[in-house]
Design a protein around this ligand. Structure first.
Ligand SMILES: Cc1cc2nc3c(=O)[nH]c(=O)nc-3n(C[C@H](O)[C@H](O)[C@H](O)COP(=O)(O)OP(=O)(O)OC[C@H]3O[C@@H](n4cnc5c(N)ncnc54)[C@H](O)[C@@H]3O)c2cc1C
Length: 277
């Protein structure tokens, strides 16, 4: 049987690391699925002076220390973008690019999703809009594709598409700020800064993903996942912590919530194991 982790945690920012560390200290296995550490909001903070224990530190320094601490505590990491999660009856499955991982509980610590979908993006999802080079790249070998790169991993993903033979045109926030996807039955073009680039697929790489799209059926409000006092979300076994669970958007608050979510997830897993016996 494939490995089933006690906790699968999405996000390696302060909230995700804190949840994972808490789980390890309760003797539970924990897998963090995350894109690059550079995609944590905290990485972008030049000076942080209100995070206990770090006086006038760069955000990147704090994120690096958090990730190192988790690694030293036996937290496992998988680098990649979680694309979808599903309740499979007692176990949660998470698609990470072309891979698949399973957890008895799920902690969503994926930060604030500041991005609005581009016009046409949702409409053409699966019909020429893709979030995954590994999953869909081969379908477009020898064809023109556009890559909108808005995450740290995007240049690497574009390079992969080139290597397998796609004709790649790369766009990022330096090149255009306004994008739209155009098509008929399927995608026919990406509009970037008012200019159309004809292509058969638009790969969009953002750090975050709308939590409602990640886990359909999860109660959300105002762009946040709705949680109870123990950070439990509306689906039993799922917890949320940090910016994704609401303001104030502060690293110390994210760490605190990660701890609460981690403890609650451990309790949930223990009760499930008892039930199974
Ligand atoms: C410029 C700036 C300055 C700031 N300054 C301060 C400050 O001085 N003090 C302070 O306390 N706070 C500050 N903040 C806020 C602080 O950075 C956030 O509150 C904190 O990082 C929230 O932690 P988090 O773990 O919830 O989310 P994040 O740190 O944003 O981490 C989210 C994680 O989720 C991952 N992720 C998201 N979606 C997916 C997916 N689908 N698949 C895989 N991985 C995914 C990302 O890769 C990342 O690892 C600042 C933020 C910014 C932007």
């Amino acid at each position: 049987m494939e490995n089933i982790y006690d906790l699968v945690i999405i996000g390696s920012g302060p909230a995700g690391v804190s949840a994972a560390l808490t789980a390890r200290h309760r003797g539970k296995s924990a897998l963090i699925v995350a894109t690059s550490p550079e995609d944590s909001a905290l990485w972008k903070a030049e000076h942080v002076d209100n995070y206990p224990g770090f006086h006038n530190a760069a955000g990147a320094e704090i994120v690096t220390a958090l990730v190192k601490h988790a690694e030293a505590s036996g937290v496992e990491f998988m680098r990649g973008r979680a694309l979808a999660a599903a309740d499979m009856g007692g176990v949660f499955g998470v698609s990470v690019g072309a891979d698949f991982v399973q957890g008895r509980s799920l902690v969503l610590a994926c930060g604030l999703n500041r991005a609005k979908p581009f016009p046409g993006e949702a409409e053409y999802l699966g019909r020429g809009v893709s979030y995954c080079a590994t999953c869909d790249g081969m379908l477009y070998r020898g064809r023109r594709v556009a890559v909108v790169g808005l995450s740290a991993e995007a240049p690497e993903e574009a390079e992969y598409l080139r290597q397998i033979g796609c004709e790649v045109e790369y766009f990022d926030s330096d090149r255009a700020r306004k994008y739209a996807v155009k098509g008929a039955e399927r995608v026919t073009a990406l509009t970037a800064g008012g200019v159309d680039y004809a292509c058969e697929c638009v790969f969009i790489f953002r750090a975050g993903l709308d939590p409602a799209a990640l886990m359909p059926g999860l109660a959300t409000g105002g762009g946040h996942i709705l949680v109870g006092a123990d950070m439990s979300a509306s689906i039993p076994g799922i917890y949320a912590a940090g910016d994704v669970a609401g303001a104030p958007y502060q690293a110390a608050k994210a760490v605190g919530e990660g701890c609460v979510a981690g403890l609650a997830a451990c309790k949930y897993v223990e009760s499930k194991i008892k039930e199974e016996k």
